[in-house]
Design a protein around this ligand. Structure first.
Ligand code: URA
Length: 245
């Protein structure tokens, strides 16, 4: 099928989905991007023309619904072995309009019990950092690489990361924050697919799905090494500067 015919077919499909009341295309964004001349399209808007000419992804149409849909898709997940010992899937929380998103490694004991990210001691330190940056916790979005607690808080394994990572990628795509801060070695290395030590990555911007990403130390590390808090503050300053631009 040539590109024109493919586009016509796609438009027909979009129309059908619209008529059925869908507000989001159940397609992967990169597939649609290929089809539509590299213009990413995510949501179904009122007019097909608007979709075809959108210079930016239509992500802002209803990000809350897109996140809710993703949460439902994850459901009571049994995709990897982590489901066996977890109490709750910890999807993530915060503002769908967040300009700043934090990505940690995976839920710990408190998070597993409460089904909320970063609510233990490390979480309280993260909340303090957010407030020092002039924001409220509910203004930002907080998620993890893996959504289920690894037993005894061990590092998530490669296959567990590979299974769960698409979900945090989709959260980032939907929210499309101005900057992401990844917390700790596991988060930075998993997101970026690099083996570089966190001490070398932190303080530098990388790109994750075209979103500037600043790796920094994990708050749990800072609880053990409070002398390094100033380095995280330094990273936070760079993030704030980037958000201003
Ligand atoms: N550590 C993480 O990486 N994530 C949490 O949600 C809590 C602790």
């Amino acid at each position: 099928m040539d590109k024109q015919a493919m586009t016509a077919e796609l438009l027909k499909a979009i129309k059908t989905y619209e008529e059925l009341g869908f507000r989001y295309l159940p397609l992967k964004q990169d597939r649609i991007t290929d089809l539509l001349h590299s213009r990413p399209v995510y949501a179904v808007s009122e007019s097909r023309e608007k979709i075809m000419t959108a210079p930016q992804p239509c992500l802002s149409l209803d990000k809350d619904s897109a996140l809710q849909q993703l949460k439902e898709e994850i459901g009571d997940c049994t995709r990897c072995r982590l489901h066996k010992e977890r109490k709750n899937v910890v999807f993530g929380e915060g503002s769908s309009e967040a300009r700043l998103m934090f990505i940690g490694e995976g839920p710990g004991r408190d998070e597993d019990i409460q089904a909320r990210p970063f609510v233990g001691e490390a979480g309280r330190l993260l909340t303090r950092l957010i407030e020092k940056m002039g924001m409220k916790r509910e203004d930002v979005y907080i998620a993890n690489i893996v959504k289920c607690r690894p037993p005894f808080n061990r590092d998530p394994e490669q296959d567990e990361i590979a299974t769960c990572k698409p979900f945090v990628e989709r959260q980032a795509e939907i929210i499309h924050p101005g900057v992401i801060m990844s917390l700790g070695r596991v988060s930075a290395q998993s997101i970026l697919g690099m083996k570089m030590p966190i001490g070398r990555m932190r303080g530098n911007f990388f790109s994750f799905h075209n979103i500037p990403l600043m790796p920094t130390f994990h708050p749990a590390y800072l609880l053990r090494n409070p002398k390094d808090k100033w380095l995280v503050w330094d990273d936070a300053q760079k993030v704030l500067e980037k958000l201003k631009n």
